[in-house]
Design a protein around this ligand. Structure first.
Ligand code: NAD
Length: 549
């Protein structure tokens, strides 16, 4: 299959080949975008912004529901393609597509009820906030759950009136292109533009000066590059990056159940999940039974081929290099630990013991089915070692002790703490990853806030003949000022301007219930004049306020 980029007029810079990680057979050739294509994509999206951002939020929500329907209708096709392209088994792939459709529905409903606040201002003033779309969102996504992850970013961005240029992973470009085609079939033209290509295309997109938001889900090293670039372009950045999640197993839990949790956490999706269990700390009291049961879980998965391959040969080499390094440094592979013969990029479920804190496999994210086990003498030691990490995505503790559970929740410096379940959680749950795991909310209702800018609106009363009848109305020239019911209500500055004298009163109170902008200059004087007023009966307003001229 050859994919053309989504614009018919787009020029291309080359092609690359995708092979099926199960057997190495060719899935298709992919045409890669070049810098001009990227610029064109951003221009097209920008041109669609005005119409989309002015569309009623409810109407945008309806279109996102239609997009979810379209996605569900093509779910088997997308799942089959995803299995061929990334090796993610069909049922898991289908689950990811359906989760993506569910996320679109969630944002379809949340978009119209994304609300602001009213503020406490002057008695007759109206002060409130409105959320406005930021503009062009560059969504740069990975391959490990390509539809579910992309739908989160796209859904939140589109629901809030932004337009999106999506750059799916070069490891799942066919799925990315088909996703774009399916969603675009029900959306207005160019509200969503999909670009094909690798890191260079992602870099060209995120460097583009007309991009307002970069939402990246992917590795920490890429996330860092994006953060550096965005510091120069000024784009708002949301980064959901790598994890090195710990599992701490207490002395008082069933070791066989705990091993089942560890196996699920380490081996699901062949360990290619950001919140996979990457480091296991088990209490010495139950370590022998736990390790034996974990080894049995891994063996069963390997013998029955219950896990899929790694996405490609490159990832398999990276994973195996970490395992080989641990073995060289004294770890023991109870199960797995060797690259199998034959086609495809399969890697066995692997259980490592005799693992020490300084090993690379402990310090770095391992995006493969590996469970490195360390034995600890206390729950507290497990917590301490779990916390000694540069990543801060999530962590799990298995314990029957409420005290230990509370301690873990309080002390683990990660975005999500899971107690007695390696996966799961309420729909819409979202946390900010910490340290090297990223920044901002990449999920949940909070992602709507990331995609929008908050504006404060202050509504005063115009100068009309009717308004002069209001009690003690104090109206500013230009008709933008507030009304105060009395000088006492309005605060010391209002008293000062009322009689035209200087005041020792609290200058933080502008008399209209508004806190001054930190850069707001003292009115009618130079810096030495602090504390004086011009005495022209005009309470101060923000310097950029048009009424100030
Ligand atoms: P990656 O960062 O290599 O690639 C992700 C996307 O970034 C791709 O589209 C890629 O082309 C693009 N990209 C690469 N270099 C770029 C650059 N210099 N500028 C702009 N874009 C660039 O990540 P990956 O290997 O595809 O995905 C696996 C990683 O993603 C793992 O570390 C995993 O933990 C992480 N991940 C995190 C979450 C989360 O929610 N925290 C979810 C899924 C995956």
């Amino acid at each position: 299959m050859t994919l053309a980029p989504s614009a018919p007029d787009v020029r291309t810079s080359g092609t690359f080949t995708i092979t099926d990680p199960r057997d190495g057979s060719v899935v298709g050739e992919v045409v890669e975008a070049d810098r001009d294509d990227v610029a064109r994509a951003v221009r097209r999206a920008r041109a669609a912004l005005d119409g989309w951002s002015r569309t009623d939020a409810a109407a945008r929500g309806e279109l996102l529901h239609a997009a979810a329907d379209a996605l569900r209708a093509r779910a088997p096709e997308l799942a089959e393609l995803n299995e061929r392209e990334t090796g993610k088994p069909y049922d898991d792939s289908l689950g990811g597509v359906m989760a993506g459709a569910g996320t679109l529905r969630q944002y379809a409903e949340l978009g119209p009820v994304h609300r602001g606040h009213s503020l406490v201002g002057g008695r007759y003033a109206g002060d409130y906030t409105v959320s406005q779309p930021r503009g062009v969102v560059a969504a740069v996504t990975p391959w490990n759950d390509p539809v579910a992850v992309a739908c989160g970013l796209l859904g939140a961005a589109l629901a809030t009136g932004n337009v999106v240029v999506h750059k799916p992973s070069e490891r799942s470009p066919h799925v990315g292109a088909l996703l774009g085609e399916v969603l675009s079939s029900v959306l207005p033209d160019d509200v969503l533009v999909t670009l094909s290509g690798g890191g260079a295309v992602g870099a060209a997109l995120t460097e583009h000066p007309d991009v307002d938001v970069v939402a990246h889900v992917g590795s920490t090293s890429t996330g860092r590059k994006i953060a550096r670039v965005a510091a120069l372009t000024g784009a708002h950045v949301v980064r959901e990056n790598g994890g090195n999640d710990a599992l701490v197993v207490d002395a008082d839990v069933d070791p066989v159940w705990a091993a089942g949790q560890a196996a699920l956490g380490s081996f699901a999706n062949a360990g290619q999940i950001c919140t996979s269990v990457e480091r296991v700390f088990v209490h010495r009291a139950i370590a022998p039974a736990f390790v034996e049961a974990l080894a049995a879980e891994a063996t069963a998965r390997n013998e029955q081929r219950l896990i899929g391959p790694l996405v490609d040969e490159r990832l398999r080499e990276e994973v195996h290099a970490q395992v080989a390094s641990a073995l060289e440094d004294g770890a023991t592979a109870l199960v797995g630990g060797a690259v199998p013969d034959g086609p495809g990029s399969w890697y066995p479920a692997t259980v490592l013991v005799d693992v020490r804190p300084g090993m690379t496999i402990v310090q770095e994210e391992t995006f493969g089915p590996v469970a490195p086990v360390q034995v600890v003498d206390s729950f507290e030691e497990g917590l301490r070692l779990a916390g000694a990490d540069r990543y801060g995505l999530a962590a799990t503790v298995l314990t029957a002790s409420i005290e230990h559970a509370n301690k873990a929740a309080a002390d683990l410096d990660v975005g999500t703490v899971k107690i007695n379940a390696v996966f799961g959680g309420a729909p819409g749950g979202a946390a900010q990853p910490r340290r090297d795991s990223g920044a901002g909310f990449g999920y949940g209702p909070e992602l709507l806030d990331e995609m929008t800018l908050v504006k404060v609106v202050h509504v005063g009363l115009p100068t009309t003949s009717a308004s002069s009848g209001l009690p003690e109305a104090r109206l500013a020239p230009g008709g933008t000022d507030t009304v105060t019911t009395s000088a006492a209500d309005a605060g010391p500055l209002a008293s000062a301007v009322g009689d035209g004298s200087s005041s020792d009163g609290d200058l933080d109170d502008l008399g209209d219930g508004r806190t001054p902008h930190p850069e707001e200059p003292a009115e009618g004087g130079d810096e030495d004049d602090e504390g004086t007023t011009s005495g022209d009966d005009v309470p101060r307003v923000h310097p950029s306020d048009p009424a100030e001229g």
